[in-house]
Design a protein around this ligand. Sequence first.
Ligand code: AKG
Length: 259
Amino acid sequence: MSAAMSTGTATSHREAFDRDGYVAIRPFFSAARMIEINRELDRYLADCVPQMKDTEVYYEDKSNRATVKQMMFLERYDGYFAELLKSSEVHALAEEVLGEPAIAQNMEYFNKPPGIGKQTPPHQDGYYFMIAPPQAVTGWLALEPVDDENGCLNYVRGSHRGEGWRPHGRSQILGFSQGITDFGTPDDVANTVTMPGDAGMLLMHHCKTVHWASPNRSPTRSRRALGFVFFGDSARPDEVAKRAYQAKLDADLKAADKI
Ligand SMILES: O=C(O)CCC(=O)C(=O)O
């Protein structure tokens, strides 16, 4: 077992994941490793963001380049983040909870800038992934302390066991184009779990697990996190449907002057 996973055995992570649809490891990475990751991210923001396509980096306020809210595919632009996605202990955890080889897909960045960071609508990641069977996970690494005030994640425990997908419809939130339209059922309310933690906390959720986050209500604190997406070896993407959806979404966002 790696040092990064010293707070439980692989079996208990798998059991918790199968039961709840997520696992939380506090901390997963040491304080020293988090200083390194945050330093590398600051370097990335300064050096790599200017090379990214406008469909891969979103701003909360497009006229203010300091308000980066979301980035996709960091691994395509930078060796450090490619290594972190593909070869770190996070990949090993994805394979443990999925119970099969995991293929790294996407290193993401999720920020909620102070005061203006919007909510993350309730959704299931797999609805966006367009894969079958729904064998995929997202790891979510807190880069700084997260809580209800600055918009930590909330999960609906056990929601990964529901039949099919919850109904989704177009949301107005940049970066999360689809939200669950019937969210707020008694089951959603009764099983909601809020996931605060310090820098270095790693959450990992199943692609059917319902999750969301509040807006950042803090006037001073950001809410920065990295996302690690892995598909199980058995998952087959519908590439045609996915490309068509993404092309339409990008065109809509450009037409609305959001990206
Ligand atoms: O960071 C957030 O607010 C949302 C992240 C998310 O939806 C995910 O990691 O799947």
